[in-house]
Design a protein around this ligand. Sequence first.
Ligand code: TXA
Ligand code: MG
Length: 331
Amino acid sequence: MPAAPRTRLYQPTPLNLQRLALRLRRGELVAVPTETVYGLAGDALNPEACARIYAAKGRPGNDPLIIHVHRLAQAKQLAHWNETAAALARAFWPGPLTLVLPKTALVPDITTSGLPNVALRMPAHPVFRRLLRLTGRPLAAPSANPFGYVSPTTSAHVRDGLDGRIPAILEGGPCALGLESTIVDVRDPQQPRVLRPGAIGLDALAAVLGRRPIGRRRTVSRNHAAVAPGLLARHYSPRLPLTLFRSRPHAVGVGEAVVYFGPGFVPASATGNHIFTLSRDGTGASAARRLFSLLRELDGGVWSRVHIQLPPVKDPWAPALEDRLRRAAAR
Ligand code: TXA
Ligand code: MG
């Protein structure tokens, strides 16, 4: 049997970026760094490239892809814009905000899973921005992990999940934010709606919109999946069982680990090598940066179950962190 092709890691040198831009223009896939999580990028306007993305991830065809753009003009060609979308883009792009808008005919059906809407984001990561500029095309990029597993926040995580299934990974260092973008449905400019909480919180959105956007119901039933198909209850899931707790864990058995939110949250009685902390300094930002790599570490360890503390509700990152933790814990 022929050996599986190795996935090559490229350092972000000018020559490598040129090479990878060329591959993307030919319809090949490249895993790319973003400020949120690593993405698996392909030409958003090339149906074959998009089909390769679904295949490499093992992603069902009814879960649409986010399109990443380099410039606002590109985004305007792909969607029908309104004032609310323009105001949010002005405030938060480039950055961790994804806007859902009615798509134009330019966007192939496979990119949006046949939906009449498209999700758009202008990322901030300087390496990905250079690649977007060189490629000159909008790039579809879901998180670069096998469907349903924890999103990757380092190039090593991408390799762990997709080695041999994709030709190339572009190195961009550990992701600065660590959780996926905030997704806002702005099809109705009067009623923007948060589909997935992320780095940009409700307060920051409200400051731009002049009122609070509609929040999001925690779980979306399968019937509603067409609105935001990736928002099924079980997602971002490690293999090992997780139990969430607010203030103290219940019935910790032998061989089970406990993750407290931060150093100041660990009771004096909790000692031993089964005790972990998520946030290094007790902030939500630090917890967000570390959550997915800690889940992967624990998943690869000896634990039969992990008890994880939910974030303090007042932290601006709390909705995004709690969302990812609840999905990871759902069975
Ligand atoms: O931060 C991020 O958003 C990362 C980086 C790589 O940009 N991307 C990401 O993509 O998280 P993905 O595919 O793992 O999650 C995208 C979510 C999915 O839940 C998908 O269902 C939803 O966005 N989505 C994509 N297109 C949509 C559309 N047209 N309408 C509604 N939801 C959409
Ligand atoms: Mg994902």
